[in-house]
Design a protein around this ligand. Structure first.
Ligand code: SF4
Length: 381
């Protein structure tokens, strides 16, 4: 059924200058020596994988703050990846960058190293919100980073924005969107603030906090982004993502299509297309990760082989995130059985309450379905 185990690489860089108050990702302040050794460890990890793959269709450096790493070392790492498993000539190679960590010189060096897409963690153009979030950069630095990325030759720039920030109004959110459109990036990702357990924000903003947006305001912000960005020429191609024509995230689109990807680095997750799919993750600490890699042993945790039913559910809720939705024909090709024989009743229910729509072969979320996507996805589990 599946003849390749992965065709994408995700590289996790678990370092940040400061920890943002809302952040639940695996990241911490690094020592200089840790930054220096990390790219070499990543390459050694890749050398240990006995996996048939390649050439790679996309590589995504996320974190954390990958832009803290030295461009020259990243260039050597990309060269190493190319030698070991090959990289397609048109591969999308993305670097997540914090605007407070880059300048024209470093951005030029990243471009020369082989990165052809940059994803800037803007989050907000209002310094009060940036400060509240614990970001290390200002709005002025975000503007500068964007201009520098253009001057460095990046023709594919993505921006991350956040809404439902504490005390944020719909009008302020409109202003954020307008400022983003005025800069004219190729791609925009939009996330609502979620207060995760164990973060400083969970303490500052308990569930009943008056400063957090209620469901109605959150829905209004989602709809405003949809209206404003689609009327400005962006395709709302995934629940949280917008792109100019031809600039969808190739790498993330692979996640939603269940392409296999290998995760390198501390706390990186992998999904291999073996059987119905295998998931596992790397150690959460640099010490444990280093110990495994330098002793020549891959340390994995949580290895899990999906059953057919789990793969089907995943196929549905990942595919429905995309604006095209799920093709019943493709489902049958993938699993050898008609979609209706498993999900006929679920689909009929969701269509009946206006969360899904059927058009010919395709099943897609309605606008309301996008807003209540968690409810839709739970129905397939
Ligand atoms: S920059 Fe990103 S990964 Fe780093 S602490 Fe802030 S939110 Fe977390």
């Amino acid at each position: 059924m599946f003849n390749r185990t992965f065709n994408r690489l995700y590289v996790h860089v678990p370092f940040c200058i400061n920890k943002c108050g809302y952040c639940a990702f695996v990241s911490r302040t690094p020592r200089e020596s840790e930054l220096a050794e990390y790219p070499e460890l990543l390459l050694r990890e890749l050398q240990l994988h006995p996996l048939a793959a390649g050439p790679i269709a996309s590589i995504y450096f996320g974190g954390g703050t990958p832009s803290l790493l030295v461009p020259l070392q990243l260039a050597l790492l990309l060269e190493g990846i190319s030698e070991l498993i090959g990289i397609q000539p048109d591969a999308e190679i993305t670097l997540e960058a914090n605007p407070g960590t880059v300048d024209l010189t470093s951005l030029k060096a990243f471009r020369t190293a082989g990165f052809n897409r940059i994803s800037l963690g803007i989050q907000s153009f209002d310094n009060r919100f940036l400060q509240c979030l614990g970001r290390i950069h200002t709005a002025e630095q975000s503007h500068q980073a964007y201009q520098d990325a253009r001057s460095a030759g990046f023709k594919n720039v993505s921006m991350d924005l956040m809404h439902t920030l504490p005390g944020q109004s719909l009008e302020q959110w409109r202003s954020e969107l307008q400022q983003t459109v005025a800069l004219s990036p190729e791609h925009i990702s939009i996330y609502g603030l979620t207060v995760e357990e164990g973060t400083p924000f969970a303490h500052s903003y308990p569930a009943d906090s008056q400063e957090l947006a209620d469901e109605d305001l959150s829905a209004d912000m989602f709809e405003l982004a949809d209206e404003l960005l689609t009327s400005s020429g962006f395709d709302h191609y995934e629940i949280a993502n917008y792109a100019r024509p031809g600039f969808r995230s190739e790498h993330n689109s692979g996640y939603w299509r269940r392409d296999g990807y290998l995760g390198l680095g501390v706390a990186a997750h992998s999904f291999l297309r073996d059987g119905y799919g295998v998931r596992f993750s790397n150690p959460d600490t640099l010490d444990e990760y280093r110990r495994g890699v330098t002793s020549g042993e891959l340390v994995r945790s949580g290895e899990y082989r999906l059953t057919e039913r789990e793969a089907m559910a995943e196929y549905m809720f990942l595919g429905l995130r995309l604006s095209e939705g799920v093709s019943r024909h493709d489902f049958e090709q993938e699993f050898g059985q008609p979609l209706a024989s498993f999900y006929g009743a679920v689909v009929a229910d969701l269509v009946g309450i206006g969360l899904l729509i059927q058009t010919g072969d395709m099943l897609t979320l309605t606008r309301r379905g996008m807003l209540l996507s968690n409810r839709v996805f739970a129905a397939f589990l």
